[in-house]
Write a protein that binds this ligand. Sequence first.
Ligand SMILES: [Zn+2]
Length: 248
Amino acid sequence: MKMIRVEGVVLREQPIKEQDRLVTILTKEQGLLRAFANGARNPKSRNLAATSLLTYGSFSVAESSSGTLAIRESEVKESFFSLRENLVALSLAQYFAEVAAELAPAGDPAGEMLPLLLNAIHLLSLGKKDPVIIKAGFELRFCALAGFMPSLVACASCGTYESETMKFCPVSGRLFCENCTPPETFVPVSLSVVYAMRHICFSEPNRVFSFKIAGEAKEQLEELSERYLRVVSNHNYKTLNFYKTMKR
Ligand SMILES: [Zn+2]
């Protein structure tokens, strides 16, 4: 039996039998990892806390000869407890977890994905930053990390860097200037939206959420980043519907 040590965030916990759990963890080293936590739902279990949804922990995992993983020991590094006091923040964090479970690689290093997720959940738990900015930042940057970087550098047709209004195609992720006509469905966007999207995709990892946007531009960014994520992941996010119910 081989033992491995990983750190990561619990994205999903499924009850198995009477007291067991099957957890999906986003780790830096191995991307998505699915492991059984036997007895973890027993209130006395030492693995109860660290195998709970949205917990950041370190785990000692045993790998059987058939490849099945079982958590032997675990330790909570951060439980983001204050998320439980704010249902909008909590539902958004659950949505981020579902996005990560959908788009992160399994078995391959997940690079910047884990720090991005941790940063987003941390900001949500602090409750100081506009959730709409955290949401758009997480969605677009996660898409980019998962191999779906939108083409935001210049007009896809003539190469113009910017024009007063531009056109964004949420299906292809391409950008066009005001003089070019995209061959695909597009939405006219203001330059503030273009700047925000460029910032999210191209900034240093620790600066992803450091931008300002307001009014109509903010609404547009919110809608477009969500639509783009839905298209590239081709998945209907249940947690997103829940977030929208909470937000009302
Ligand atoms: Zn153009």
